[in-house]
Design a protein around this ligand. Sequence first.
Ligand SMILES: *Cc1c(COP(=O)(O)O)cnc(C)c1O
Length: 434
Amino acid sequence: MKYYSTNGNAPIADLHKAVVKGLAEDRGLYMPEKIKQLPKDFFDNIDKMSFQEIAYTVADAFFGEDVEADALKKIVYDTLSFDCPVVKVKDNIYTLELFHGPTLAFKDVGARFMARLLQYFIRQENGKGQVNVLVATSGDTGSAVANGFLGVEGIHVYVLYPKGKVSPIQECQFTTLGKNITAIEVDGVFDDCQALVKNAFMDAELNQHMKLTSANSINVARFLPQAFYYFNAYARMKALGKADNLVMCVPSGNFGNICAALFGHEMGLPIARFIAANNANDIFYNYLQTGRYEPKPSKQTLANAMDVGDPSNFARIYDLYGKSHERISSLIGGATYGDEQIRQTMRQCYEETDYVLDPHGACGYQALVDGLKPGEVGVFCETAHPAKFKEKVDDILGIDVDIPARLRAFMQGQKQSVPMTKDFADFKQYLMNQ
Ligand SMILES: *Cc1c(COP(=O)(O)O)cnc(C)c1O
């Protein structure tokens, strides 16, 4: 499969290059040249297939030309060592629980897949030196990537995160690991971290000094595998006889997750329509209303993993639908919720259904409550376990959320981080000395 850049000014790349480079030379995002349709009998029988079988079929459509079948199967099965179940919350509203992985958030799927695929390519190159993964995080990306890559030979990971702006539980998941993981604590906001990473990739001198790659959701090996669980959601809803008029609602920040769902739709996945649920960062919501995409500085909210003021993957969605506002707005709806509404939603859902939402999932749930039409069935993603935001959730609901054992283990480690300004010159100097 060949990959082109959304900016249209970079050479076509193969999968290997797209994964190692992350971002194209013209700062565009890589897009697969074609999207394979999956056959009708796959969808007819999908409800009888396991998650891993479904995922392998989807992975084969994207990566089968470039990765040997046995290796790809192993990558998929190793990645999905946990389930992504669909759970009923109330009549016609279900949740796709994406928090059963090692760091309790959906990013585990993409991060684990990318680490394994990158290792596959590095092994093919054999001994051409270390690959350095740079990742900017607003919270959950850092933990998922750091854990996905932990101990993987030939790869060093630098996690850049905004000082004081991620929860203590999130922070310990990437600052306590050691080994091939370095946490960099940036005196700024998430967008500053993202800018440092983007600038690093564009800096010729730095790229001569070290081999850099990105593990942000812009990387095709991270965002595409997220399509797997939407097929699984469809399969499980089909088994319940509830898949005929399905609305998929995705709490969105950088728009990688919903973008993968849309790729699934292009492969033939029968989802009737999508909703991108946002917190107070309403850039996409405004685009849907006005047809104008106007990035803004990110606002800090309760759902902090979605605090993004210039969602990178908008470029992919725009490209996928031929830049047509009409096509985009007829398939995807929007919603935007402030912190007070998020709190109220969490309380109301808990009172009515006993289901404990995290602040991100709350946006998704509320968007379905507000937006479902008669005859539709909605599935929203629970993108993180509520225990990842324990202080907030306990405070809002007046309960004591159980911390799963795998999360508790991180909290006992020793924090190690490198302080950094948001000035690119400082970051570059630090990397040049590595
Ligand atoms: C990353 C994240 C999101 C946003 O996902 P995008 O792919 O960036 O849109 C939502 N919820 C949680 C918990 C996250 O970690």
